[in-house]
Design a binder for this molecule. Sequence first.
Ligand code: TMP
Ligand code: ASP
Length: 238
Amino acid sequence: MQKQALLYAGKAKSVFKTDDPDLYVMEFRNDTSAFDGAKKAQLERKGEVNNRINTFIMERLAEAGIPVHLVERLDATHALVRRLEMLPLECVVRNVAAGSLCRRLGVEEGRTLTPPTFELFLKNDELHDPFVNRSHALAFGWADESQLDEMERLTLKANDVLSRLFDEAGMKLVDYKLEFGISEGQMLLGDEFSPDGCRIWDKATGEKMDKDRFRQDLGDVIGFYEEVARRLGVPLEG
Ligand code: TMP
Ligand code: ASP
């Protein structure tokens, strides 16, 4: 499947048309951004590592019955995906308090959340992806009742699968963000799952292994992404 015209370039990925109107090619770039684009860098190998981790995770989620847009990884930095009408919402599950939750509620980082929280954010960089609730989504038409139910169900189901996967690999899945879209009336998991959009801590030491290393200038960002891949059993070559 050949990539054709560029459709959309985001902060870390680009999407291209193909000769099939229902399929797009997604390119994972080395561009790295944080704080809604305020901090940027090029990180060598990130595109390839994230494409590989994303493929592995999406396959595990699909096996668990979560419909995903990924069709297949094409090469080092490209993947074939189904075209989706994206919903402008980000679904965040937290198993441990960190990031914006700590700032918003004044709780300390590291507190275990039982049950895990489910939150919605509006996808809008200019507004810094504000925290929104179900009634906002309904009132502004970002999603309907059944779509909101389905996104929450699938996001929490993903938590069962992924928390176990990371735990068995010696890591704690602290939180993560998922985005969904519609294809032929069906809700599919879109976008990506990589250390760019989640928090992962070493289970034994608590060391951060995700994009917080970039946000907080902790160093060796991609070395840690590769360690996440190795522990999960994601092949980094071939
Ligand atoms: P937060 O603590 O900044 O709200 O983020 C929670 C998790 O969701 C964290 O793993 C980062 C991820 N996330 C994104 O990747 N992009 C986003 O735009 C948002 C709001 C969260
Ligand atoms: N994903 C957003 C950005 O790239 C927010 C963040 O990760 O801090 O700017």
